[in-house]
Design a protein around this ligand. Structure first.
Ligand code: NAP
Length: 244
C-alpha cells in the first residue's frame, strides 16, 4: 500500500521541493498551506497531471484546533499518515529591541508551537499504527544562534530540544523523530536580504554557495527512508560546512 506524507508549509520553497520528491518516490502527498492557496494549488495540479497522488489542506500550524483537523482530514483522505515533515516556518530580521512583540510571538507560535501542535495531533495515529517518521526542519541558527534573529534562533533551538525529547518518548512505539538544520537556502525566506549581505554571507560558507531547496528535501527523504531506521533524535546539518 502507498505510504502517506504530510508536509507542513508545502506550498513553496523547501516544502514544495519536498512535496515533489515524495510524489516522485510514489507517496500520497498531503501538502499543507496557510496563506499561499494559489501556489499550493498550482503545485498539486502539476503533480496530479503527472499521475501522482497529491492533495492540498489549509491549516495554520500555530492553531491546535486547525492541526487536529488537518491530521483528521489527511487520515480520512489517505487512510493514515506515515511521515510528518514539520517544515512550516517564518522569520523576521531585527535586533531584540527592534522586533515587535507581536512578530516575536508569531515566530515562536509558528516555528516551535506549530511543530509541537503537529506532532501532538499526529502522535495518536502513529502510536496506533506502531510506525511513523517525523522530520522537523530546524536551522543552523538553532544550533549556534544568529545576531538579529534571536526569536527565530530560539524557536529553532526549541525544535531541536523537542526533537530529542520526542524521539525518546516515541521510540518504544516504533516512531523515529529527527531534525534537519539547513544553512542558507535559496527560497523566498531570504528575499528581504540585500544582494550585498547575501554575497558577504556566501563568502563565509566553506562550500562557497547557497544551498538549494532540493538539497534539503534529499536530507528529509533520507531521514524518512528505511536507510535511517536506526537513526532517531539526531540533527542533520545541511549547511555547506558553515556550522560543523
Ligand atoms: P518559505 O519559502 O518562506 O516557505 C515557508 C513555508 O511555511 C510556506 O509554505 C508557508 O506557507 C509556510 N507557513 C508559514 N506560516 C505558516 C503557518 N502558520 N501555517 C502553515 N504554514 C505556514 O521558506 P523556506 O525557506 O522554504 O522555509 C521552510 C523551512 O525551512 C522553515 O521552517 C525555515 O525556517 C527553514 N529554514 C530555511 C532556511 C533558508 O535559508 N531558507 C534556513 C534554515 C531553515 P503559506 O505561504 O501557505 O502560508
Amino acid at each position: 500500500m502507498k505510504k502517506t506524507v504530510l508536509i507542513t508549509g508545502g506550498s513553496k520553497g523547501i516544502g514544495a521541493a519536498t512535496a515533489i520528491l515524495f510524489a516522485e518516490k510514489g507517496f500520497n502527498v498531503a501538502i499543507n498551506y496557510n496563506n499561499s492557496f494559489q501556489s499550493a494549488k498550482i503545485l498539486a495540479n502539476s503533480l496530479n497531471s503527472r499521475g501522482y497522488s497529491v492533495e492540498i489542506f489549509k491549516a495554520d500550524v500555530s492553531n491546535k484546533l486547525e492541526t487536529n483537523l488537518l491530521v483528521k482530514e489527511v487520515v480520512d483522505k489517505f487512510g493514515g499518515i506515515d511521515i510528518l515533515v514539520n517544515n512550516a516556518g517564518i522569520s523576521k530580521i531585527g535586533t531584540i529591541t527592534q522586533i515587535d512583540d507581536i512578530d516575536a510571538d508569531m515566530i515562536f507560535d509558528v516555528n516551535l508551537k506549530g511543530v509541537y501542535n503537529c506532532c501532538k495531533s499526529v502522535a495518536p495515529f502513529m502510536i496506533g499504527q506502531k510506525f511513523g517518521k517525523i522530520i522537523n526542519v530546524s536551522s543552523m541558527w538553532g544550533q549556534v544562534g544568529a545576531s538579529c534573529e534571536v526569536a527565530y534562533s530560539a524557536s529553532k533551538a526549541g525544535v531541536i530540544g523537542l526533537t530529542k525529547a520526542l524521539a525518546k518518548e516515541l521510540a518504544p512505539s516504533g516512531i523515529t523523530v529527527n531534525a534537519v538544520a539547513p544553512g542558507l537556502i535559496e527560497t523566498s525566506m531570504n528575499s528581504d536580504i540585500t544582494v550585498e549581505d547575501l554575497n558577504n554571507f556566501v563568502e563565509e560558507i566553506p562550500l562557497g554557495r547557497m544551498g538549494s531547496p532540493s538539497e534539503i528535501s534529499d536530507a528529509i527523504y533520507f531521514l524518512s527512508s528505511p536507510s535511517a531506521d536506526y537513526i532517531t533524535g539526531q540533527v542533520l546539518g545541511v549547511n555547506g560546512g558553515y556550522v560543523i
